[in-house]
Design a protein around this ligand. Structure first.
Ligand SMILES: *Cc1c(COP(=O)(O)O)cnc(C)c1O
Length: 402
């Protein structure tokens, strides 16, 4: 048998610490490894496999579009992508336009460029972007900095455009920063994902919204992890009465294939003109066809509602468990199918708990060292929730008596 772990370490750059399991198959809410073990997938490839694995609707779209065409470049009219863009706009701003790319980081790159197009148009002297402490918006450096063609970079930031950092939910600090520095835009995740599953308070989000209107700043919302039904609405901001200017999406939209982008409201929809931005692969017709299948299942087949019901059940079961073990658990954060279970345990014990869960056939993630992060599929069932809760409880009891 192949030693996948050793081969991986030999040939793939080690940019992450991987679970020592090699996947041979995934079906429904389960992953199967090459040894024949089965894992309940409460991580969904980092909030990507929203409908679980091998969903029949996704497989049908994959086959159908696969027979039509896989790639045509962005020089042609691309019906699956046009249809997807129309649906994204209709379910958000009503009027606006989509820019498609291949990933979350690329969506952020596009957002940075869009903000600078807006700065160039508005000429109001505002500069820089406000982001939150511990935020996560992607890992690229800005490939544009290396492209030395004035037509490509003239309207865009050179390396050191200002970034201002404010603590999540710190309204006063936010107001102070905006009044003092006159930034051009604010970009936030409604729930900080990689930052430890920290939910922004409605009052904070409303303060951002208000401030952006008052000061004439752009309000950009990063829904890359929280979007596509994860919190019970298509996008998490829709739980509140907010009017962002731009929405960033990726992860779940491609149904497992790479796809990301921006949805821009009416005021920013026409900032990009031919030549301002682009990429060879996006919008991938195949990813877009899968995106349409994802929206079919979420919006037309009631999966959003099923996900909400299962999430409510999971939350109430977890609340009950957490109450019984206050010495182990601190609390629960997040919304819908995006949960952070805060523990009092030291980081090693949380890693051990994660490993033990894996041995029991349950895949969870740990973020910010001591937070167990769950990103379950919306297709989760009551039986699977019961299995997870029972197993977690048994392991917690063991930690207590060890
Ligand atoms: C994952 C993520 C990104 C980056 O997406 P990639 O596809 O990994 O580049 C950006 N923002 C948020 C909130 C994310 O969760």
């Amino acid at each position: 048998m192949q030693n996948w772990q050793q081969l991986d370490q030999t040939y793939i750059m080690s940019t992450v610490t991987r679970y020592p399991i090699a996947i041979s198959k995934a079906e429904g809410n389960y992953l199967f490894d090459t040894e024949g073990n089965r894992y309940l997938d409460l991580f969904t490839g980092l909030a990507v496999n929203t409908l679980g694995h091998s969903h029949p609707r996704i497989l049908a779209a994959l086959e159908e579009q696969g027979h039509r065409f896989l790639h045509i470049s962005n020089l042609f009219l691309n019906p699956p992508a046009i249809r997807l863009a129309e649906r994204l706009v209709q379910h958000t701003f009503g009027h606006g336009k989509v820019y498609f790319c291949n990933s979350g980081a690329e969506a952020t790159e596009a957002a940075i460029k869009l903000i600078h197009k807006w700065i160039a148009r508005e000429r109001h002297g505002r500069q820089g972007i406000v982001v939150l402490k511990n935020s996560f918006h992607g890992r690229t450096l800005g490939a544009m900095r290396l492209t030395r063609q004035p037509g490509v970079y003239q309207d865009f930031p050179q390396p050191d455009f200002p970034i201002y950092e404010v603590g999540p939910n710190q309204v006063e600090a936010l107001v102070e920063t905006c009044r003092t520095h006159q930034p051009a835009a604010i970009l936030v995740e409604p729930i900080l994902g990689a930052g430890g599953v920290v939910t922004l308070k409605p009052t904070f989000l409303e303060a951002i919204d208000r401030l952006c209107k008052e000061e004439r700043m752009l309000f950009l919302i990063d829904e890359i992890q929280t979007g596509i039904g994860r919190t019970g609405k298509l996008f998490a901001y829709q739980h509140f009465s907010l009017s962002p200017d731009v929405i960033l999406f990726a992860k779940g939209i491609g149904g497992g294939l790479p796809l990301g982008g921006l949805i821009a409201g009416p005021d920013t929809a026409d900032l990009f003109q031919p030549g301002d931005h682009g990429t060879t692969f996006a919008p991938s017709p195949l990813s877009a066809a899968l995106g349409n299948a994802v929206l079919d299942v979420l919006l037309d087949e009631g999966m959003l509602e099923h996900g909400r019901q299962m999430a409510d059940h999971l939350w109430s079961e977890l609340h009950r468990l957490l109450q019984n073990y206050p010495q182990v658990f601190q609390g629960l954060d997040g919304r819908g199918m995006m949960l952070g279970i805060r523990t009092h345990l030291p980081a090693e014990q949380v890693s051990r708990l994660q490993r033990d869960l894996l041995t029991e056939g349950i895949l969870v993630n740990v973020t910010a060292k001591t937070v167990i992060r769950l990103l379950p599929p919306l297709t989760l069932t009551r039986e699977e929730i019961a299995f997870f809760i029972e197993t977690l409880e048994r392991l917690v009891v063991q930690t207590q008596t060890a």
